[in-house]
Design a protein around this ligand. Sequence first.
Ligand code: UP5
Ligand code: MG
Length: 200
Amino acid sequence: PSKPRPHIIFIIGGPGSGKGTQTAKIAHHYDFQHVSVGEILRNQLLHHAPSDRKWELIAQIIANGELAPQETTIEELKQQFIKHQDAKGFIVDGFPREISQAFTFEEQIGSPDLVILLACSNQQLRQRLEKRASQQGRPDDNTHAIEKRLDTFKHNISLIAKYYQERGLIVRVDADRDEDDIFTDICAMVKESLFPSDTQ
Ligand code: UP5
Ligand code: MG
């Protein structure tokens, strides 16, 4: 018998909504492959010479809080899905960022089984990112890039949410709360949509 297709979960939300934090927990709990497009891009920047024109541009885009070209994002995602083709499932952190990415992913890779939207207030998002900026901080954790990341998210989220809402795939989680409370809710939602017959 052929192997069942791996599950695919998308986790989306504003910058600082806890996508990375919650994705790591889910990946560990369900033994799913964690795929973070933002992290892959940041990692690629470390491995390309500053003279590499393509990655130089992407470094600027990320530092400005804008979106990398879709071809690059999809290409990186495809490689991850091939590399980890034996995974039970994939939890994809911070993708799609715009509606066309959702369409292209579906055409070229597959359909998500569940989309988790971490709903967080702007005030909370800013506070968390400013706190991180004061500790380790990422190159895009500066006031200008934070505002741009918030704008980019606000600009794109309604269409994405509407699209998955119409297909009954999206669940919203109040992400202003404590990490563990958020995770408890996410687990209940994952169980309900992916493993409804499991007893535990
Ligand atoms: N924290 C987490 N949960 C908390 C809680 N419940 N209560 C209190 N604090 C909490 O968390 C952020 C911070 O908050 C951390 O310090 C954490 O400890 C704390 P984190 O889990 O990192 O949140 P996350 O949503 O992952 O925030 P992140 O900053 O990573 O979000 P972004 O969406 O900005 O970053 P991402 O890496 O996804 O994208 C970065 C850039 O890459 C984009 O701006 C874009 O330029 C590019 N990109 C693309 O172009 N295309 C893509 O498809 C993806 C990325
Ligand atoms: Mg993240």
